[in-house]
Write a protein that binds this ligand. Structure first.
Ligand SMILES: NC(=O)c1ccc[n+]([C@@H]2O[C@H](COP(=O)([O-])OP(=O)(O)OC[C@H]3O[C@@H](n4cnc5c(N)ncnc54)[C@H](O)[C@@H]3O)[C@@H](O)[C@H]2O)c1
Length: 334
């Protein structure tokens, strides 16, 4: 039995997390959920969006499945997602993008993973005005050798375990000679430890162009924070958009937080029509992380079969099913 912290989240979170818990339990994987709260509804109930007991639970069990959390815009508390990544030093944001059967997209051979550095780069929080009139703004990017080493090594390990064993390091070292240059230099050094991985580097603008022309040339991509943020949404768009995009935030010592890439979707919350797939596929990643590879493969296959049947789909995928009936169909296929 593995213990996992479960955060249902805001908006559509409780609906899609309930569907995911049903599906994971139906695989028979031995998981005991410890429910904890976070987010806007939690702040309204308990006066804080991130209670100590939620942090303590994650610290104890190390693995968390989380629904989306609402972040107030322009006021209130800072993003709880960012706070959780910082608290548990979840330095690797891993986002697979794979074609799903029956989900119509311009390409049918996409199977890649973006590994984004999650803690430094241009998102280090070093922002300033350089003049009193606020006409000149500055953002500083921090890239460290240690931070680059751990994310690039993690990406090499991921690539080494996949059939194609190809890793593209994405950078802008021709212009950003220090920050991107250091990241590229570290990548070339670590490549010596992984002789079986086909290591290449590519400038970020060229990478975007090649991704939208021929995405199947890519297997694993590793890059710094800002480039990874943008590229991983681009790759989600290649395979059907936010409703099917899952992500894992991984740290050292086994810390891992699994979530959908999308937000709390307040426009459809409570209507029972949200697509549960993004968080369910995050659940698949979590099962794999916990050592339940067979159960992960079963749940993924059931999702694929349901989509391939094409009869039952939520409205975002062109159907009229509810979250509940879509989940029922997945469970039948399981
Ligand atoms: N990881 C997270 O917790 C996370 C990520 C992104 C945004 N957010 C937060 O979510 C809130 C809403 O953000 P937003 O509206 O910009 O983005 P959103 O991702 O919540 O919604 C964007 C659009 O996609 C649709 N959508 C999203 N998920 C869907 C699903 N599973 N099924 C069907 N349709 C879906 C929504 O209905 C909406 O039209 C904000 O407070 C934001 O800060 C949280």
């Amino acid at each position: 039995m593995k213990k996992v912290t479960l955060i249902r989240g805001d908006g559509i979170g409780p609906e899609i997390v309930a569907a995911t818990v049903r599906a994971i339990e139906a695989t028979g994987a031995g998981i005991e959920w410890e429910e904890r709260e976070a987010g806007l509804a939690c702040a309204e109930r308990h006066g804080t969006p991130l209670p100590d007991e939620t942090l303590a639970s994650i610290r104890e069990h190390k693995v968390c499945l989380k629904g989306p959390l609402t972040t107030p815009v322009g006021k209130g508390y800072r993003s709880i997602n960012v706070a959780l990544r910082a608290e548990f030093d979840l330095f690797a944001n891993v986002r697979p993008a794979q074609n799903l059967p029956g989900v119509d997209t311009p390409f049918q051979d996409v199977d890649l993973i973006v590994v984004r550095e999650n803690t430094e780069g241009l998102y280090s929080g070093l922002e300033a005005w350089l003049d009193r009139e606020q006409n000149i703004a500055e953002s500083r990017a921090i890239v460290t050798r240690a931070g680059s080493e751990r994310i690039i090594r993690r990406a090499f390990e991921i690539a080494n375990a996949r059939p194609r064993r190809r890793l593209h390091l994405v950078h802008k070292a021709n212009i950003l000679k220090t920050t991107s240059g250091l990241f590229l230099e570290v990548g070339r050094e670590i490549a010596n430890d992984f002789p079986d991985v086909d290591f290449r580097d590519v400038i970020v603008d060229a990478c975007c162009m090649r991704l939208v022309r021929n995405p199947s040339e890519f297997d694993v991509i590793v890059t710094t924070n800002l480039f990874g943020d943008i590229l991983s949404d681009l790759t989600a768009g290649l395979v059907g958009g936010l409703g099917v995009a899952a992500g894992a935030n991984l740290g050292s010592e086994g810390f891992a937080l699994f979530e959908a890439v999308h937000g709390s979707a307040p426009d459809i919350a409570g209507k029972g029509i949200a697509n549960p797939l993004a968080v369910m596929l995050a659940g698949v990643l979590m099962l794999g992380h916990l050592g339940y590879a067979g159960e992960a493969a079963q749940l993924e296959a059931a999702v694929h079969r349901t989509l391939a049947d094409g009869k039952v789909r939520t409205p975002d995928l062109g159907g009229d099913a509810t979250t509940r009936t879509f989940t029922d169909a997945i469970l039948t296929n399981l």
